[in-house]
Design a protein around this ligand. Structure first.
Ligand SMILES: [Zn+2]
Length: 482
């Protein structure tokens, strides 16, 4: 979930980045080692964030070792990427915003590097042949920055009342570690964070070691084993009430709640095992090794985010928002949009999960929710988004620009599209099987709109879905049919 908040658009972020292309080319041209490699691209060509991520390599693991002091907002970091070259490489780029780079090594040998905009270009001493697995380590420090997105919301490193919170959708993770910051390159993570004694550092996955206190510093070591897009990575530093529970199948549930929100959050967070049990019946096995939540104060983050294993909430959530963010663990985190154009595959499913939850718990049926939206059109559905953007202002599979990837049609109209599929199937059992089987088919991977529509058509060849794709996914304006 992201909310759209009306703020002025920032300046053109592409201006500084173009220099990165030139820098990579210059480095490649003056190579004296292997002659066959060429520089990896400085972006993955995302339709809305073309410089996000980088070409020429695939990261399989990040080992991040961080130390943060809230009093002076100083971060010291070491990031070791284990990656495989997907072409013969003379140079490669990482995405990094702000911070000072102190050294870069590739397979423990010092590498040349330079920076331009959000691109950190690294030239290994020797070219990396296609297929080579290499380890690249960047040591860095400084005061991490907060980014303002095209839609006006803030992400990246957000200082809080008692620490800091890292949120990375769509590009903010480049403010606290260098990496291949695009959803198309998922990896496992070890995130070790040292903070002043008395504070807690929470991240994705499971606590593998610690907390270990030496002197006035305490270290927390977290490990996210299943593949994760960097936008779903988080670190939350502060004072928290820690809760531990066990959900079905022995799944550990770890919650970290700002003491200010502890009373308000107690009942709803105690429902996490129930929500997960319901979700497993509808969406299939929970995809990750642990679950939980991070609850900050309402002013610390302007929106909730489905950070992997452990979504972040700005204040205690209501049940609908909890259902939404937990559903994202299947749709968004396990099955991840291939590009930022495909966000509806994440938000549409999470929104529809809210509809299904209501239907299954004595509330209005999904049909009633659909009908109300189709009739009113511009009324807010409540938890989907809080903006007043018209439901019919653009098609969910084709947002007009980067400022609209979290716009209302990506939530509500996309959920309506799923309901149209349910209507077309005419069989509730078949529809719920579709939800489960789609999560299984693309588990831990990526998918774009065409992957989904093709999969649905093959799965149910007797049904003609073309009008639904045409009118509900790609069409302008309000479809008349229902
Ligand atoms: Zn969402």
């Amino acid at each position: 979930m992201r909310t759209l908040r009306p703020r002025p658009l920032p300046g053109n972020p592409g201006a500084g980045v173009a220099v990165g292309v030139a820098a990579a080319l210059v480095l490649g041209a003056c190579g004296v080692g292997g002659v066959s490699g060429t520089p990896g691209d400085d972006g993955l060509g995302d339709p809305y964030f073309p410089r996000a991520g980088n070409g020429g390599y695939d990261v399989t693991h990040y080992a991040l070792t961080l130390a943060y002091t809230p009093a002076d907002r100083h971060l010291t970091g070491s990031a070791t990427l284990t990656a495989r070259a997907t072409q013969d490489l003379s140079a490669l780029n990482l995405d990094l915003a702000g911070l000072d780079v102190e050294s870069v090594t590739v397979d423990r040998r010092a590498a040349r590097w330079n920076r331009a905009g959000h691109e950190l270009t690294v030239r290994p001493r020797d070219d990396l042949d296609e297929g080579t697995v290499f380890r690249l380590t960047v040591r860095y420090q400084g005061t991490p920055v907060t980014l303002t997105d095209p839609d006006g919301s803030e992400e990246g490193w957000l200082p809080t009342e008692d620490g800091a919170l890292a949120l990375g959708q769509p590009t903010g993770s480049m403010t606290w570690f260098p990496g291949n910051h695009h959803p198309a390159d998922k990896a496992s993570y070890d995130i070790t964070v040292t903070v002043p004694r008395g504070l807690t550092a929470v991240s994705n996955g499971e606590l593998t070691r610690g907390p270990t206190t030496r002197g006035d510093r305490t270290t927390y070591a977290w490990r996210a084993t299943e593949p994760m897009s960097s936008h779903a990575a988080t670190v939350a530093i502060g004072r928290y009430d820690i809760g531990r529970a066990v959900a079905g199948g022995g799944l550990p549930v770890y919650t970290a709640v700002d003491p200010d929100q502890a009373d308000a959050g107690r009942d709803v967070l105690s429902r996490i095992p129930d929500v997960l049990a319901w979700a497993e019946r509808n969406f299939g096995p929970y995809p990750f090794s642990s679950a939980g939540a991070i609850v900050e104060r309402p002013d610390d983050a302007g929106y909730a985010l489905e950070t992997q294993n452990r979504p972040v909430f700005p204040g205690a959530p209501d049940t609908a928002l909890l259902v939404h963010e937990l559903a994202h663990q299947w749709y968004g985190n396990s099955v991840t949009p291939r590009t930022w154009r495909d966000m509806w595959l994440s938000e549409g499913f999470a929104t529809y999960a809210e509809w299904l939850w209501r239907e299954d718990h004595g509330g209005e049926t999904a049909q009633q929710t659909f009908d109300a939206l189709h009739t009113a059109g511009s009324a807010s559905s409540g938890t989907g988004t809080d903006d007043a953007e018209d439901l019919w202002s653009f098609p969910p599979a084709d947002p007009p620009d980067a400022a609209h990837i979290s716009g209302r049609p990506v939530y509500d109209r996309a959920a309506m599209t799923l309901h149209r599929i349910r209507q077309a199937l005419g069989d509730d059992t078949a529809f719920r099987a579709l939800l489960r089987d789609w999560a299984a088919a693309r588990r831990y991977g990526n998918a774009d709109t065409q992957d989904f529509t093709t999969w649905v058509e093959r799965r149910y060849p007797a049904t003609d879905f073309a009008p639904i794709w045409r009118d509900w996914l790609y069409g302008d304006g309000r479809p008349d049919d229902q």
